[in-house]
Design a protein around this ligand. Structure first.
Ligand SMILES: Nc1ncnc2c1ncn2[C@@H]1O[C@H](COP(=O)(O)OP(=O)(O)OP(=O)(O)O)[C@@H](O)[C@H]1O
Ligand SMILES: [Mg+2]
Length: 159
């Protein structure tokens, strides 16, 4: 059996421009047909939604990018084709909602899935292709631990 190689790396984001640079690299690695499950871990205010917005913009999404806190999911058509779905599972509780809201179908179909608070949907989510663990340092910088498919982690760790 061939298992995909998993790699890990650590990044430091002194400011939003650094997060932008990571988002640009990730977008380039995901194109032309973004198809991945990406988990965004970290406490309230860590920068999960901010990074998601930067990534969606780098993938060419225009117009408003709302935080999906209340709707749980916001989906976007990508200009190059395909779909990106942004989830915030913070208020996700009832596992029946997984079926009722159609999330099972979304995860069964190709496309990019970006998941904030994935731990709140543990047991439902398929294995991630990439995990970002964002920690907020006291001086407002972000320490980011990245783990996942070697191809994606390598794309983020190169200068
Ligand atoms: N990389 C960054 N560098 C500097 N400031 C940032 C960065 N990312 C986010 N921020 C700031 O932190 C605030 C909170 O970020 P954001 O809403 O993305 O957090 P979150 O992790 O999605 O939180 P929640 O768990 O509530 O969804 C933003 O309004 C922004 O001002
Ligand atoms: Mg958020």
């Amino acid at each position: 059996m061939h298992l995909p190689a998993i790699l890990e790396t650590d990044l430091l984001w002194p400011d939003e421009a650094a997060a932008q640079a990571t988002a640009d690299k990730l977008a380039a690695a995901l194109l032309p047909s973004p198809n991945a499950v990406i988990e965004l871990h970290g406490p309230l205010g860590a920068g999960k939604t901010t990074f998601t917005r930067l990534l969606l913009r780098a993938l060419g999404v225009q117009g408003r990018i709302k935080s999906p806190s209340y709707a749980v999911m916001e989906s976007y058509e990508l200009p190059g084709g395909g779909t990106a779905s942004h989830f915030d599972f913070y208020r996700f509780g009832d596992p029946r909602e997984w079926e009722d809201a159609g999330f099972r179908d979304v995860f069964a179909a190709p496309g990019l899935k970006l998941c904030e608070w994935p731990e709140k949907a543990a047991g439902q989510l398929p294995p991630a292709d990439l995990q970002l663990h964002i920690d907020l340092l006291p001086d407002d910088r972000r320490q980011v631990h990245v783990a996942g498919l070697a191809r994606l982690v390598k794309a983020l760790s190169c200068a």
